[in-house]
Each structure stands twice: as C-alpha cells, then as structure tokens.
Design a protein around this ligand. Structure first.
Ligand SMILES: Cc1cc2nc3c(=O)[nH]c(=O)nc-3n(C[C@H](O)[C@H](O)[C@H](O)COP(=O)(O)OP(=O)(O)OC[C@H]3O[C@@H](n4cnc5c(N)ncnc54)[C@H](O)[C@@H]3O)c2cc1C
Ligand SMILES: NC(=O)c1ccc[n+]([C@@H]2O[C@H](COP(=O)([O-])OP(=O)(O)OC[C@H]3O[C@@H](n4cnc5c(N)ncnc54)[C@H](O)[C@@H]3O)[C@@H](O)[C@H]2O)c1
Length: 443
C-alpha cells in the first residue's frame, strides 16, 4: 500500500491550497477527486464563480444560452488551471476516484474503471464539501423538472416559468438572475419572514425591490406535492391554511446544503459526525482521530469559500507556524448576497445587537445620497453601521447597495484592527466611489 505524507480527500478550496503549499515544500501529497469535472472544487466549477458570471451577464443583457456557453468556457479554463496548479508540482499527485475510509488511516479509492486501490497518509485532510438538501416532498424524486443549482447553470434553454424552493442565498441570487434572463420566477419559502436574520427595514427594502423586478414570493409556503403534467410541474402548497398551486417548467431546489459525508466510510473509523452529518472538529480543525483534519463545508457551520481558505491558514499555522490560530478566533466574518444591488454584512446588525442587549450608536444613510450611486444609476439601498458607544469601535455593518461587496471588506478590516469608527469617517477616499459614502454615513 502506498504511503503519502499528506492525503487530501476532495479538491476543495482549503485542500487545494494546502496541496500546493505542502508539495511546494517538497512533501508528498495525494489529492483524491471523484470527478474530473470538479478539479478545483465546488466554487470554481459549480458555485461562486460560474453563478456570479451568469448573474453579471444577465445584468449585461446577454442572451441565456450564450451566457451559459461563456460560463462553460470560464469554468473549463479555471478547472484546467487548478488541476495544473497542483498536479504539476513534483511531489503532488491527483488521483481520479471516489475515496472511502476503511479504517482510521487507510483510504480505499474506487477508480473510474471500478478498480480499487488503497493508500495511507501520515496526515489525512477531509475536504469533501457539501451537497444539496432535497426536502422530503411527495413527487419530488419522480419529477423530471427538478434542478439543483448545478443543473440550473447547465440548462440548454431558459425556462419560461421557474419555481425556486428556498429563498436563501441561492434562491435569491438565482431568482434575480433568471428573472433578468426573462423567466417568470416564483420563490417558495417555508419561512413566513423574508430574510429573517436581517434587520426588518433592510429585508423590507430588498423584498420590495425584488418584487418590483417581477419576482413572486410565496412565504410561509409548505410544499405538499409535485406532479408532472404534460412536461410541466404543478407544485401544491399550503399557505395560511389555504391550498394553492403554481405550474412551472422547472423547479430549482435551493433549500440548503449539507456536509458531504455519506459514503465516506466514516462508520469504519473513530471520526465523529454530528446529527447533521458534519465532521466534528476541535478548535484547530482536528477530528476525533489523530492526524485527521476536516476543512471547509464538510465540518458544518458557515459555508463560504473564504472559510475553507481560512481553514487552510489554521492548519498551516498549526503544522509550520506558531500554533496560535484557532477556529474560535474567527469572529469577524463578512458575507455578501449577490443580488443586485448586493446585500453585505459584517458583525452585528441591529436585530442581533438588541437580542444581545448591546448598547450601540446607529449611523445610517440611504444609498440615494451617494454621488456614485447616481453615476451608476442605481440609488436603491441603505448603509447601516453600529458603533460601540464606549469604545467607538464598529460592532457591525449592513450595506444594501451598489458595490457593497467591496465596501464591506473595508469595514471588516477596520473592525479586525479595532479602529475607531472615526478613522473611516475621516479617511480620504477616492472619488466617486461607494466607499466614500462612509465620510457621510458616519457623521
Ligand atoms: C450555487 C452556489 C453559489 C455559491 N456562491 C458562493 C459565493 O459567492 N461565495 C462564497 O464564498 N461561497 C459560495 N458558495 C459556497 C461555496 O461554494 C462553498 O462554501 C465552497 O465551495 C466549499 O468548499 P470546500 O473547500 O468545502 O470544498 P468543495 O470545493 O466543495 O470541494 C469538495 C470536493 O470534494 C469532492 N469529493 C466529495 N466527496 C468525495 C469523495 N468521497 N472522494 C473524492 N472526492 C470527493 C467533490 O467532488 C468536490 O470537488 C456557493 C455555493 C453554491 C452551491
Ligand atoms: N453569496 C454567497 O456567499 C453564497 C451564494 C450561494 C450559496 N452560498 C452558500 O451555500 C449555502 C446553501 O445555499 P442555500 O440557498 O441552498 O441555503 P440557505 O440556507 O441559504 O437557504 C435555504 C432556504 O430554504 C428554505 N427552506 C428550507 N426547506 C424548505 C422547504 N422544504 N420548502 C421551502 N423552503 C425551504 C429556508 O427557509 C431558507 O430560506 C448557503 O448557506 C451559503 O453559505 C453562499
């Protein structure tokens, strides 16, 4: 049985970065990836980058099938680049196959031709990502019109009528994207509140803007049954005690993603998983077995590419650094939902600050007051920044507005560096930019 210093299961963000780093240091590294179409992992092939490319091209008015072709060219370029980034290292190897633990330190790989090989690793890293949750709805398995986000980005034709089950990250980003390409879109969410974690005023603005774009929302919708009729699908759902239905060409299921641990053979090991199937880790990403770590979505918690990348940093710091990094020191994590304009957040919003009993000063301003928003021609949205009354440090910010996905990183930096909010207020910014709004917002 071949032994490697490092075995990485799954070509995910953290894993590939680790593979590149460790092999460039001369260590032997084996990366096992079950699909040739997934070299480089989820983000570049079927998630962040293709979806944002499609979202942008929808904004630019590109026709749907042309946009899908452009997206395919992009992913194929990135896949090839990512493969070579690892495989071209002298001490690294990429093996195509499905990996499964058969003991704490032995992994069996089923190759494409059905042949099985076993390897062992001095260190093993699980980086298998997450897969869509398919809710238990009558008829969902039988319907020919069900899509996950991957299939939705590979459609040959634009669906005239599209339903989306789930109004979270994927549901919102895809609803707007398909609407812009020309589909009639209905979003069904089981929750009665739209974006329940966001402040009510922000959620209300987004809700009204998306509805103005022509998207239909059915909140508090309990989907009961899906039936295919003449090539279309009828979705029956309960809402406020009434039975309703919607007939569509395709149904995108976007009701969450769960850690990819099924069929990984973890039952053959002492690696613990929680009741949601996530690999249980300690504060340094170690599993319950010595020398086995988990990276990225597979360990549960926040599902973002940049979290997987930061997992890589924690592991490198442990193996070759001063061993100071911990998962629990990752307290300031921003996010952006790439609707248009984007919604971005870092730290506490008002709802959370109130729930925690924090006293805060609130600075807020409508995007309409920002010159750059006029230049862009989209004045929708709001800036909200919460400041600690005693320390003057920023507790959190929500920006719904053009380029918020860039501006939020500036605020994140200020929070991380524990800068007083006055530093951002009095900063010299280039003009015209959305960032310069902080001069006025924080007054
Ligand atoms: C549509 C969509 C849009 C998203 N947009 C964003 C965004 O804008 N920004 C953001 O930060 N995040 C976004 N995310 C989330 C982001 O994609 C994930 O958090 C991130 O890709 C997780 O990376 P990872 O390192 O956990 O592993 P992944 O990149 O998921 O890699 C796991 C790899 O393991 C392989 N694998 C699985 N099981 C096995 C096995 N048994 N043997 C061998 N190989 C195996 C898989 O084929 C896969 O290539 C999005 C997700 C989706 C679905
Ligand atoms: N911009 C980004 O960073 C980005 C973009 C896309 C995805 N992602 C990541 O991918 C993950 C998965 O995205 P997602 O949108 O699938 O999950 P999500 O958790 O964001 O949203 C799931 C939604 O589905 C609803 N839901 C659940 N079960 C339902 C049911 N039976 N019927 C109707 N509605 C139901 C929930 O109420 C929720 O609103 C996210 O958690 C996020 O971390 C990130």
């Amino acid at each position: 049985m071949e032994k490697f210093k490092n075995v990485i299961i799954g070509f995910g963000k953290g894993g590939k970065t680790l593979a590149k780093k460790l092999s460039s240091m001369g260590e032997s590294v084996l990366v096992i990836e079950k699909s040739k179409k997934m070299y480089g992992g989820t983000c570049i092939n079927i998630a962040c980058l293709p979806s944002k490319n499609l979202i942008l091209n929808a904004e630019r008015g590109v026709e749907f099938t042309e946009a899908i072709n452009t997206k395919n060219e992009l992913t194929s370029f990135l896949r090839n680049k990512n493969y070579h980034m690892v495989a071209d290292e002298a001490t690294a190897q990429v093996l195509d196959g499905n990996a499964k633990f058969i003991s704490n330190d032995v992994i069996e790989i089923t190759l494409e031709n059905g042949e099985k090989v076993q390897v062992t690793g001095e260190r093993i890293f699980i980086n298998t990502g997450a897969t869509p949750v398919i809710p238990n709805i009558e008829g969902i398995k039988e319907s020919q019109n069900i899509l996950d986000s991957t299939a939705a980005m590979d459609l040959a034709n634009l669906p005239k009528d599209l339903a989306i089950i789930g109004g979270g990250y994927i549901g919102l980003e895809f609803s707007e994207m398909f609407r812009k390409y020309g589909s009639n879109v209905t979003v069904l969410d089981i929750n009665t509140t739209f974006l329940p974690r966001e402040d009510d005023d922000v959620a209300q603005m987004i809700f009204s803007d998306l509805k103005d774009e022509g998207i239909t929302f059915e909140l508090g919708a309990q989907v009961q049954k899906i039936t295919d009729v003449d090539g279309k699908s009828v979705i029956i759902f309960e809402q406020d005690g009434r039975t309703k239905e919607v007939k569509v060409d395709k149904i995108l299921v976007a009701s969450g993603r769960k850690p990819a641990t099924t069929n990984l053979g973890l039952e053959n090991t002492d690696i613990k998983v929680d009741d949601r199937g996530a690999v249980v880790i300690d504060d340094q990403l170690k599993t319950s077995v010595d020398n086995v770590w988990a990276i990225g979505d597979v360990k549960g918690g926040l599902q973002f590419t940049y979290i997987s990348l930061d997992d890589f940093r924690i592991i490198m710091n442990q193996l070759y650094g001063d061993n100071s990094r911990r998962v629990s020191d990752r307290t300031i994590v921003p996010y952006s939902v790439f609707i248009n304009p984007p919604l971005s957040n870092v730290g506490l919003n008002e709802k959370q600050a109130k729930a925690q009993g924090k006293s805060y000063k609130l600075y807020k301003q409508l995007v309409a007051a920002v010159p750059k928003a006029r230049v862009i021609g989209d004045t929708r949205g709001i800036y909200k920044v919460l400041v600690d009354e005693t320390t003057n440090e920023i507790l959190g910010a929500t920006i719904y507005g053009e380029e918020s996905h860039e501006v939020i990183n500036l605020i994140t930096l200020a929070m991380k560096a524990k800068l007083p909010y006055t530093m951002l207020r009095d900063q010299i910014y280039t003009h015209p930019t959305m960032a310069e709004a902080l001069n006025d917002v924080l007054k």
